[in-house]
Design a protein around this ligand. Structure first.
Ligand code: ZN
Length: 162
């Protein structure tokens, strides 16, 4: 069957940057399962997969703006080390910070010295053009439960108890 709204789709994928750096890949793991048409993948990726079927290979190129956004300087902040609420800090570490759990966002430590911690709240792939190579592994109908939850259950999907 072809991929359409409410299809459950299993894909193998590799995501690379302009220079060929691999950002993410399902290589060596299970395929990724997603419910099509529910915003679970980037819109540009879902659009490219409409009408495809198992065995199809799809290449998708997205600009940074259509991917994880352009980098915003306003999302970088320097915080006095003494005020940072964690003892163990290192460049590359990520923390969830915010006034409440719902408003918290992921920040990455990008610089560190004795006095200041530099935190970047941009998505780690902000500013990167994205090159996806996608292989469609399986397409099936979603179950009623999957539709009401808006995500896939079982292999490659959410693992939770109902
Ligand atoms: Zn569920």
């Amino acid at each position: 069957m072809q991929i359409t709204h409410d299809s459950v789709v299993l894909i193998d994928y590799t995501l690379k940057g302009d220079d060929g750096t691999v950002f993410d890949s399902s290589d060596g793991g299970d395929p990724l399962a997603y419910l099509h048409g529910h915003g679970n993948l980037l819109a540009g990726v879902e659009a490219a997969l409409v009408g495809k079927t198992s065995g199809d290979l799809v290449e998708v190129k997205l600009s940074a703006a259509d991917g994880y956004g352009v980098r915003e300087g306003g999302l970088v902040a320097k915080v006095p080390r003494g005020e940072f609420p964690a003892d163990e800090i290192g460049v590359g570490m990520q923390f969830r910070i915010g006034p409440t759990a719902e408003e918290a966002r992921t920040v990455t430590v990008t610089e560190l010295d004795d006095e200041l911690v530099t935190l970047d709240a941009n998505h780690p792939l902000a500013g990167e053009n994205l090159h996806f190579q996608i292989s469609v592994v399986e397409v099936r109908h979603a179950t009623k439960d999957e539709l009401s939850h808006g995500h896939v259950h079982g292999p490659g999907g959410h693992h939770h108890h109902h």
